[in-house]
Unconditional design. Structure first.
Length: 258
């Protein structure tokens, strides 16, 4: 099965991998801007997300296989990979296991370490949403507000809903496939492998997903890496400061334009 995507522009391929509970559309604005700079931008929906296929199995090994299948289907050779959060972990895993297939790597606000489980409240809230009775995204957002304080997360979940033919709402992500494999998705990258290509790590100055103590491990596993802090940004750096993210990534991408 091949992942769903939206493709913009022509040129050097750039594959963008979203975070947990997200989808490729979350990166549309920036993706279109990079597409205007001689990039062929692929906004991917990872398995169990967006319009891609659902599966009870989900791991970074499988996500890497999904990427290989996608690249083969679309005839892509050595794309640049950009991943945010879970998508960043997927991009790191792919570059470490298939380095010959990754021209360069951009990782947005995630480190190659394990993270404590911190999505339980979100998962529980999703389970309790009376999704079949809601009539608007506004009503969904209002319900989520009872348990989820972060408006960015509520907006993310709301955008991942759609109106069915029966005129009620449903989520695009497949929660059982995510929840049952959650522990693996927050795990660390293997320290037995290194990726020697160029890598750009972006961290939000108001986020704790990448902290200074992570720098040495990043540079150990990715010796060609550069770490840049995005000002006025939390974990959702592409939403909090899109112009800074655009400029830093654009500069990085121009080094790989053919």
């Amino acid at each position: 099965m091949i992942m769903h995507s939206k493709i913009y522009g022509k040129g050097q391929p750039l594959l963008i991998l979203h975070g947990l509970f997200g989808m490729g559309d979350n990166w549309t604005t920036l993706g279109k801007k990079w597409a205007g700079d001689h990039q062929e931008v692929h906004l991917l929906d990872l398995r169990n997300h967006g319009k891609s296929f659902h599966s009870g199995a989900m791991s970074y090994d499988l996500l890497s296989e999904d990427l290989l299948n996608y690249m083969e289907r679309h005839g892509l050779s050595k794309p640049v990979l950009l991943g945010h959060s879970m998508g960043g972990k997927a991009a790191m895993h792919f570059s470490l296991h298939y380095p010959e297939n990754a021209r360069a790597l951009v990782v947005a606000d995630i480190a190659p370490r394990s993270y404590p489980a911190h999505h339980q409240k979100i998962i529980t809230s999703i389970k309790h949403v009376p999704i079949n009775t809601l009539k608007s995204r506004g009503a969904l957002n209002e319900f989520l507000q009872e348990n989820i304080d972060d408006p960015a997360i509520r907006e993310l979940l709301s955008k991942n809903s759609y109106r069915t033919e029966e005129d009620h709402f449903a989520f695009r992500f497949y929660l059982p496939g995510i929840e049952n494999n959650y522990e693996g998705l927050i795990s660390a990258q293997s320290t037995e492998k290194t990726y020697h290509g160029k890598a750009l790590f972006l961290c939000g100055d108001e986020s704790d997903y990448i902290v200074r103590e992570d720098f040495s491990e990043i540079q150990k596993i990715f010796p060609g890496s550069e770490i840049i802090t995005i000002p006025k940004a939390g974990h959702w750096i592409h939403l909090d400061n899109p112009q800074a993210v655009y400029e830093k990534v654009d500069r990085f991408l121009k080094a790989y334009q053919e």
